[in-house]
Design a protein around this ligand. Structure first.
Ligand code: ADP
Length: 349
């Protein structure tokens, strides 16, 4: 078990600065997910923690010890990548055992650890098979088992599920949550997929252009975004952002599932005239795109209205987010409610 800190970390490749000044705390025993679009610096951050990449400025600390000059192999971190390479001529068991032989772990201890790890990832029946005779998901489990068996202080994964099909990915997400519970080790996981981040993390670190935009638990991130960027990164369809006629470049945000296909009472929220442009049946819910005077608004609802219908839709004040011209969240008090009501027509058709 280990905590990790990055303090004032800068990373440049030649003249190109990809991370300006990163401060990050990863809690001991947490399942922390670094998430953000491709190129935002997730892998670079992970690689600086493991030591595979040097730090241009600043410090990396593991359990309070500065490790900038500690070789990757001495940091007690195990890592699983998207493109895991198994040894094709070795069996599952030999693949998993390999790292332990290198670490000079005695044979009895090796067998015991392999047995335990294979129980956790469900590979016990496949110990004698070669990788060529395994499915994609089973091979990925071997890669995970091989990293886990070393009983590292920190377990790092960089997009480990992106080569798997959707069904297997969903299954592996559940397995990783269980693995984390059983091992109690600090997990640091990199992905561009908000669903993976939201479903597995205790702590989400949302990044953009080499910066941390917001770090919090999944619930907090979803319900209490600090910026338009966060509000639109998590959840599908995206959070609606309207310009309206709000003063000072302010913008109004609300999630599609908060759009009601009926009107609000005065004082309760705003009403917007809309016509149904498209309708997607998802089974339990329907996704509507609504044409309105403020642009297209997405709505997710269990209510069924007809394609082409013309209606008034409502949004409650307590479902709204207000953002400033700088795209950061603003407080939403009585004054702001009045401004929104004035701009969007409170309780009136
Ligand atoms: P992510 O993992 O979020 O997709 P990366 O950490 O891989 O992002 O990359 C962050 C930025 O650093 C990108 O702009 C990428 O082009 C750049 N970068 C990454 N590795 C190198 C490298 N070895 N040399 C030069 N630029 C790099």
């Amino acid at each position: 078990m280990s905590s990790i800190s990055l303090k004032n970390v800068k990373k440049a490749y030649g003249n190109e600065v990809v991370i300006e000044n990163l401060n990050l705390e990863i809690r001991d025993g947490s399942f922390t997910v670094l998430v953000g679009p491709s190129g935002c610096g997730k892998s670079t951050t992970l690689r600086m923690i493991t030591g595979l990449e040097t730090v241009t400025e600043g410090d990396v600390l593991i359990d309070g010890q500065r490790v900038n000059d500690v070789a990757p192999g001495k940091r007690d971190i195990s890592m699983v990548f998207q493109n895991y390479a198994l040894y094709p001529t070795m069996t599952v068991e030999e693949n998993i055992e390999f790292g332990l032989v290198n670490k000079k772990v005695p044979k009895d201890e090796r067998k015991r650890r392999i047995h335990d790890v294979c129980e956790i990832v469900g590979l016990t029946e496949y110990l004698k098979r070669k990788p060529a005779n395994l499915s994609g998901g089973q091979r990925q489990r071997v890669a995970l088992a091989r990293a886990m068996v070393k009983a590292p202080k920190v377990f790092m994964m960089d997009e480990p599920l992106s080569n798997l099909d959707a069904k297997l990915r969903a299954q592996m997400r559940v397995e990783l949550i269980n693995m984390h519970k059983r091992m109690g080790t600090t997990f640091v996981y990199v992905t561009h997929d908000q669903v993976e981040a939201m479903s597995m993390a205790d702590d989400i670190v949302l990044m953009d252009k080499g910066r941390i935009v917001q770090q919090s638990g999944p619930k907090e991130l979803y319900h209490n975004p600090n910026s338009i960027y966060t509000a639109q990164f998590v959840g599908t369809p995206q959070t609606n952002i309207l310009d309206g006629r709000l003063p000072q470049g302010m913008k109004l945000g609300f999630r599609p599932e908060k759009v009601r296909l009926h009107t609000m009472e005065e004082g309760e929220g705003i009403n917007i005239p809309a016509s149904v442009q498209t309708k997607e049946m998802l089974g339990s819910e329907i996704i509507y795109s609504l044409d309105t005077p403020y642009g297209v608004i997405m709505c997710k609802s269990e209510d069924d209205v007809e394609d082409g219908a013309i209606l008034m839709v409502g949004v409650k004040f307590d479902s709204m987010y207000l953002f400033g011209a700088d795209t950061m969240r603003l407080p939403f008090g009585e004054e702001e409610k009045k401004a929104v009501a004035a701009a969007f027509g409170e309780g009136k058709a």
